[in-house]
Design a protein around this ligand. Structure first.
Ligand SMILES: Nc1nc2c(ncn2[C@@H]2O[C@H](COP(=O)(O)OP(=O)(O)OP(=O)(O)O)[C@@H](O)[C@H]2O)c(=O)[nH]1
Ligand SMILES: [Mg+2]
Length: 193
């Protein structure tokens, strides 16, 4: 697979043309979005993995094999950032979701150790309103025991069922668990778009 970084977008006019299927990756800051993109692209350094959460302020676009775009969205849910920062996040995200017709699915990434919260609920309602397909992923599975993972998965299943979304899949960027299943869901959403 040939993958490369295209650009960081801070406004609509920076977005690439809508000439191919696109998949977006959304989730709380520090949930593991960039790591997941690197893992499924078999690249160590395609997407910048942050040591400081909430650093990504732009939408980062990647070219996947000249066939698709991946969009790494800035993380949400940063209690520590200013209101001004939150507003600029909101306006960038809204300008992205409103009218991105080539967008086939949004991979919603959650740290398996966290329960879905108000932020996830709001994002899900927003995505449902825009009739966007959601692929929920519980990542960092290697951080918990299998027992704990099952417990977390059950909780998340209920949440996503209530939100009329697919069942979440278990993933780990450390072990590669879930990579095949995620690709199959991504390709499925592209073929159905
Ligand atoms: N053990 C483990 N650590 C992970 C996994 N995925 C991500 N991490 C770690 O979690 C931290 C955050 O990962 P990122 O991929 O930068 O998260 P992000 O969602 O892109 O963060 P922002 O861009 O700041 O919103 C890093 O220290 C990663 O090494 C995983 O599956 N397992
Ligand atoms: Mg990131």
């Amino acid at each position: 697979m040939r993958v490369h970084f295209i650009r960081s977008a801070f406004k609509r006019s920076d977005f690439p043309p809508q000439d191919r299927p696109e998949i977006a990756f959304a989730g709380r800051s520090n949930s593991g979005k960039s790591s997941l993109i690197n893992t499924i692209c078999k690249s160590r350094s395609l997407a910048r993995v942050s040591s400081k959460p909430g650093k990504t302020r732009s939408i980062n676009f990647y070219d996947i094999d000249g066939r698709y775009y991946f969009a790494d969205l800035p993380g949400y849910g940063f209690a520590k950032v200013s209101k001004g920062m939150r507003e600029s996040w909101r306006s960038l995200i809204e300008s992205y979701f409103e009218g991105r017709d080539n967008l086939c699915a949004v991979v919603l990434i959650m740290d398996i150790r966290r329960e879905p919260e108000e932020d996830e609920k709001m994002l899900m309602e927003y995505l449902n309103y825009h009739k966007l397909r959601v692929i929920p992923v519980l990542t960092k599975k290697d951080k918990v025991s299998n027992n704990e993972a099952r417990k977390r998965q059950k909780l998340a299943e209920k949440f996503f069922k209530d939100m009329k979304a697919q069942n979440p899949l278990l993933f780990s960027s450390r072990t590669g668990e879930g990579v095949k299943e995620l690709w199959s869901r991504i390709l499925n959403s592209i073929s159905k778009h």
